[in-house]
Design a protein around this ligand. Structure first.
Ligand SMILES: [Zn+2]
Length: 298
């Protein structure tokens, strides 16, 4: 069995898929991610070995990626910082097949395009942070310096919290998994094994007044991100992804309600039907790994 291999390298787990010529997933494997540059290479090698022969390998990694050189740095959650790590060259030498390296949000965006068949979309990744990937008229937009889609660092509130990037009141300080958890569970409290987003939305659905307030503030922040992206590049579809998107329909409903509320006073905004463009990434599909496989093949 041959096909293209895609790897989604996360801070704790690495997911690998083998896809056929039509992009269908033939096999998938999940392994713990080893930290550090050497650890990432060993993890990738291990997952590829489990999947068998692939004619190419693409990988998505959370960090700053030099696509031309296939190198990564500032992948802080993987223990990779400082110097550029030539991931493509190291893996090509070990695997003997072509390897492509790309930022994790960008490969997820390519995967969302493949799964939806829509070639003009923005993928909004709501994970620990907030970032978007842009495929416009079928072409991935990385930006002149790779910063396209860094929507999480658009400041919206001059009185807001100081962001990790050094600015104040960035979208990420309101509309991210980290911001949601901090607002719902101050002081690092937990709801047992239930992820904060699920616990918050369940409490809000049950009528908890504070939960409704926190949920609605979060949803309004996501809606701000959607509105900004739509007004900047007017994509046909916005796909919500990242860890928080496992909420599914309740997330789409909350963000759609917030978009309609924002449009209530603006016939212009209402005419753009932003709420009608929101989708959530299919929960059962490894969208980033599929996108990585397709990237590696091209
Ligand atoms: Zn910021």
């Amino acid at each position: 069995m041959t096909g293209s291999i895609g790897l989604d390298i996360g801070a704790t787990k690495t997911l690998g898929v083998l896809v056929d010529a039509e992009g269908r997933v033939l096999d998938q494997v999940r392994e713990a991610t080893e930290q550090g540059a050497d650890g990432v290479v060993r993890t990738a090698e291990l997952v590829v070995a489990h999947l068998g022969a692939g004619s190419s390998v693409g990988l998505g990694i959370p960090g700053l990626v030099d696509v031309e050189r296939g190198a990564v740095k500032h992948a802080v959650n993987l223990g990779v910082d400082g110097e550029w790590v030539p991931l493509r060259d190291e893996l090509e030498a070990r695997l003997g097949v072509p390897v492509a390296v790309e930022n994790d949000v960008n490969v997820a965006t390519l995967g969302a395009v493949a799964l939806s068949g829509i070639r003009d979309l923005v993928y909004l990744s709501i994970g620990t942070g907030l970032a978007a990937g842009l495929v416009l008229d079928g072409t991935l937009r990385r930006g002149a310096t790779g910063a396209a889609g860094e929507i999480g660092h658009v400041p919206i509130d001059p009185l807001g919290a100081v962001c990790q990037c050094g600015q104040r009141g960035c979208l990420e300080t309101v509309a991210s998994g980290r911001a949601l958890a901090e607002a719902w569970l101050p002081d690092g409290a937990t709801d047992g094994d239930t992820p904060p987003a699920q616990a918050l939305f369940a409490a809000a659905a049950a009528g908890d007044a504070r939960a409704i307030e926190v949920r609605d503030r979060f949803a309004a922040g996501v809606a701000d991100a959607v509105r900004t992206l739509c007004l900047a590049v007017d994509p046909a579809t916005i796909v919500l992804g990242g860890g928080v998107s496992h909420l599914g329909a309740p997330l789409v409903d909350a963000v759609s309600d917030a978009l309609r509320a924002q449009a209530a006073s603006s016939p212009f905004l209402a005419s753009l039907d932003l709420a009608g463009r929101i989708r959530v990434v299919p929960d059962d599909q490894p969208v980033a790994a599929i996108g990585a496989a397709l990237l590696g093949r091209s």
